[in-house]
Ligand binder design. Sequence first.
Ligand SMILES: Nc1ncnc2c1ncn2[C@@H]1O[C@H](COP(=O)(O)OP(=O)(O)O)[C@@H](O)[C@H]1O
Ligand SMILES: [Mg+2]
Length: 190
Amino acid sequence: MVRPAKTKQSATRRVPVSRLPWKLTSTSRQYTTRLGRVIGRVLRGGETIALYGPLGAGKTALVRGIAQGLGAPPTAVTSPTFVVIHEYQGRLPLAHVDLYRIGSLRELESTGLTEYFSGQTVTAIEWADRGLASLPQDRIEITLSHRAAQTRMIQLSVTGPKSHEVLTLVHEQYSLTDRVRRTATGPSTQ
Ligand SMILES: Nc1ncnc2c1ncn2[C@@H]1O[C@H](COP(=O)(O)OP(=O)(O)O)[C@@H](O)[C@H]1O
Ligand SMILES: [Mg+2]
């Protein structure tokens, strides 16, 4: 009996991060920022990165890395808690959003956030849970949580195919740089 060929190949090919969420333990702010840099380097444009986790979890540290990875000029990336949205220009435009103070749908709409969701702009959204209903369906989701003073658990997941492709690239590149870092003999450059 001839069995039909399995048709799962394209799906399996893009699933090195098959067991989502992909969990990492960050042992320093620099580690978290380095992960952000890897993300920034592989972004293709138009991605939404939803960030979850309490104050001090490292969301802004991660976005700082994303901005660096996109090649944005090295201005200080700070939490945009008071102005809600900061824009950075690198290889792609980056809108860094903080919804911490958003109390209602009307307030959310007044930020103009949804205008960033078409085109090439990458949006990185802290406290994304406060605007979930307005976010694009296809998102990279990153949850950070405290483990100890310098230690954070970082969980990465996706909600759609475009984000899955990007997270797969992040996973590949991250593993590569991690290997290089672990085998490097010189002093760390971080
Ligand atoms: N492993 C880690 N990853 C990220 N930040 C860390 C880590 N360990 C300690 N920190 C500290 O935690 C704080 C994180 O701040 P921030 O990135 O602004 O968090 P959030 O935006 O989630 O409120 C910084 O003071 C940073 O130095
Ligand atoms: Mg922040």
